[in-house]
Ligand binder design. Sequence first.
Ligand code: HEM
Length: 148
Amino acid sequence: EKSRLRRTRALCLPLGMGDNYSWRMLCRLFELEPELVFLFQYNSSHFSEVQDCLRSAEFTEHIRKVMTVIDAAVSSLDSLSSLDEYLTSLGRKHRAVGVKLESFNTVGESLLFALESGLGDAFTSDTREAWSLLYASVVQSMSRGWHR
Ligand code: HEM
């Protein structure tokens, strides 16, 4: 497990995560699961259209939050368990806003899609596997928020 994660780190670090990725990712998210739009309700705005949500500052900010968490996981691959407590409580928050565990898969697919379209040929099957593993371990920790 550790050695797989080490390999993941080596593959992920050079990729970086610019706004380009975030943008592709957030569009893809709603293509795959449009109903997610109803979960992003902020005091100032209640979205009924995906386009309104995509244009909102709060939603764009949330994608940045997702990327920050992924980035933190990449930089602490050797000690992912140090993020456990944080990720468990993050999971609990998401359960509280009504997110279903399965929806995290949609986010994962959107992330892979964004990386693939950004990297082109550099997105090898190894790279895909590394990112899938990394994201899966983040989700696994967050899913503890559903179980305890
Ligand atoms: C907060 C929805 C997936 C990271 C939130 C909030 C909502 C939300 C409504 C509270 C408002 C806000 O801060 O914008 C969702 C939905 C998801 C999802 C519908 C799709 C399944 C994720 C994933 C991550 C993540 C996969 C990270 C890997 C965060 C963070 C916060 C947050 C860091 C801020 C928590 C805090 O304020 O302490 N999310 N989220 N979210 N989300 Fe998500």
